[in-house]
Write a protein that binds this ligand. Structure first.
Ligand SMILES: NC(=O)c1ccc[n+]([C@@H]2O[C@H](COP(=O)([O-])OP(=O)(O)OC[C@H]3O[C@@H](n4cnc5c(N)ncnc54)[C@H](OP(=O)(O)O)[C@@H]3O)[C@@H](O)[C@H]2O)c1
Length: 165
């Protein structure tokens, strides 16, 4: 069985998306996301998939949840029409990352053992939010705080949580 992790960049007000995009530009987080997920399997919602500027994320198995399966063959990614179907498609993987958006995080939260959260410090206007986290269920196992720099205009923290046994 694969290990299932959630990975998200979340503002202090739980914002994750606005007008089909991420509400901030933080290249350090994009690099972090790439380092953690490369070589592994990703599960995402259709709208998150449509927001990717260059289609499926390379060097990763992309599984896209949608209730409207494409007729015929899709190239470079896989489609699933239920959480069970997405988990079945990832059953041979070593590591599976749940990469959003909102409802996808919510649906897979109970399956995840680890959460990689980039806390983006600040409150952002948003139309998409991370679900409330019940911190009584999670141990914070690492935290790396970063100050803004010339490329990254916001302070942020890379935090890892593991589900309490
Ligand atoms: N900050 C971050 O880390 C982060 C990460 C990811 C996304 N985002 C942002 O979040 C926004 C997109 O997220 P979103 O919440 O609007 O949408 P989403 O979760 O990416 O996609 C929602 C769609 O997924 C499909 N879906 C969801 N659950 C399903 C199920 N159980 N079975 C079958 N299909 C299912 C449906 O597609 P159909 O309508 O085709 O049925 C649904 O309309 C964007 O702004 C994006 O930039 C931010």
């Amino acid at each position: 069985m694969p290990t299932i992790s959630i990975i998200a960049a979340v503002a202090d007000n739980l914002a994750i998306g606005y007008k089909k995009q991420i509400p901030w530009y933080l290249p350090a987080d994009l690099k972090h996301f790439k380092e953690i997920t490369t070589g592994h399997t990703l599960i995402m919602g259709k709208r998150t998939f449509e927001s990717l500027p260059n289609g499926p994320l390379p060097n990763r198995k992309n599984i896209v949840l949608t209730s409207m399966l494409t007729e015929g063959v899709v190239e470079g990614y896989f489609e699933a029409d239920s959480t069970e179907d997405a988990l079945e498609l990832s059953s041979n993987a070593e590591k599976v990352f749940i990469i959003g958006g909102s409802a996808i995080y919510k649906q897979f939260m109970e399956h995840a053992e680890t959460m990689y959260i980039t806390w983006v410090h600040g409150e952002f206007v948003a139309d998409t939010f991370f679900p409330d986290i019940d911190f009584s269920l999670w141990n914070e196992v690492s935290r790396e705080e970063h100050q803004p720099d010339e490329k990254n205009p916001h302070s942020y923290a890379f935090v890892v949580y593991e589900r309490k046994k």
